[in-house]
Design a protein around this ligand. Structure first.
Ligand code: PHE
Length: 358
């Protein structure tokens, strides 16, 4: 019994030192288990006289109670600690989106071309394409722009070397050569749009050497200027999602259309912010006109039987106006922050039914 104090403090020290439930249980067994140190002393009670046993028994019971109390407290502490650890390990942020964040964005140029295609598709237009590398014939001659024509100077053309037949390859300066390719390959009625890249040797604040246009071409037996106006009016209203955009046709000149008109839309400026709709200002969005008889003839179409209209618009310009993008050159900087800001979520495909813009 002289050992009791020592055994008790050893047992309490072991309890205090236990940092896991297993270690704590080992401390319990070492003191209070079948072969434990305190249990051993309990067994010695039998060999004592009644008085001695009473005193020793009371002391042993007190020691056992103290150790059991320490065990219970330590167990509760370790269990709380284990639960806290598990909770922090298994922590779930329920405010996170249920799926991984969609990566990547659709470039505003692609978005706007898709929007335009959706609108024109509704009006019955097919999408046609032509090559970026064209030749004099499709880009100029067939469009009623002969070699000495002053309009050629207006197109700052990137030329390649001479072809075997004396003609030249070039980067198309507009999408109008797709008109020629379409009319050569198809019989009227024709109703197509042709979005795509175009190139001019020009680079400053408002011009980039590569840019995008969308061409439109309608050829039929009864097509007239009223159809052209109605078509573009309808398009502009659908595209800008504004019901009362004023559209103005300003007399102009293109060798491949007669008469020709530049297309302006109405706008206003509110505190420096441009708004498409009725207002004091006008913005040019493209060229248009009735297809010139020479162009029809160049494509083997009888101008006495067929007429049609054509138009061409700048895609960057339309994107800038619709989405408030201030600087043309940023379109081609490949800056991911810009794309994240102005880009579109890939699966939000523009449709007239589902909404062009979200
Ligand atoms: N191709 C002309 C341009 O690039 C635009 C245009 C297309 C004008 C069709 C009339 C008809 O400026």
């Amino acid at each position: 019994m002289q050992d009791l104090d020592k055994l008790q403090s050893e047992a309490l020290a072991a309890v205090a030192a236990a940092s896991t439930l297993d270690q704590l249980d080992a401390a319990r067994v070492a003191a209070l288990g079948k072969k434990g140190s305190i249990t051993g002393l309990m067994k010695s009670l039998g060999g004592m006289g009644p008085d001695e046993r009473r005193a020793a028994g009371a002391a042993l019971n007190a020691a056992r109670d103290r150790i059991e109390g320490a065990l219970a407290a330590a167990k509760a502490g370790l269990e709380t600690k284990a639960l806290d650890e598990r909770l922090s390990r298994e922590r779930l942020d329920v405010t996170l989106p249920s799926r991984p964040e969609a990566m990547g964005r659709i470039h505003p140029i692609s978005q706007v071309m898709d929007e335009m295609a959706a609108i024109f598709a509704q009006m019955g237009f097919d999408v046609a394409e032509g090559p970026d590398i064209e030749d004099d014939f499709h880009n100029f001659n067939a469009l009623n722009i002969p070699p000495e024509h002053p309009a050629r100077q207006m197109h700052d053309t990137f030329y390649f070397g001479e072809k075997a037949d004396g003609g030249r390859h070039l980067l198309r300066t507009h999408t109008s050569p797709v008109q020629i390719r379409t009319m050569l390959a198809n019989k009227p009625p024709i109703r197509i749009i042709a979005p795509g890249r175009t190139y001019r040797c020009d680079s400053d604040m408002t011009h980039t050497p590569m840019f995008h246009q969308i061409e439109g071409l309608v050829i039929d037996e009864v097509t007239h200027m009223g159809h052209l106006k109605g078509c573009l009016l309808e398009f502009v209203r659908a595209f800008f999602e504004v019901d009362d955009v004023p559209v103005r046709f300003r007399p102009s000149f293109f060798p491949f259309t007669e008469p020709s008109a530049e297309v302006d839309i109405g706008c206003s400026r509110e505190g420096g912010e441009l708004k498409i709709g009725p207002g004091a200002g006008w913005l040019e969005i493209g060229g248009s006109g009735m297809v010139h008889p020479n162009v029809l003839r160049n494509c083997g179409i009888d101008p006495d039987r067929y007429q049609g209209f054509a138009f061409g618009m700048g895609v960057e310009r339309m994107a800038m106006l619709k989405y408030g993008i201030p600087d043309l050159r940023t379109f081609f900087d490949s800056d991911l922050r810009w794309l994240k800001h102005y880009g579109f979520v890939p699966l939000d495909v523009p449709t007239l039914a589902g909404g062009l813009t979200r």
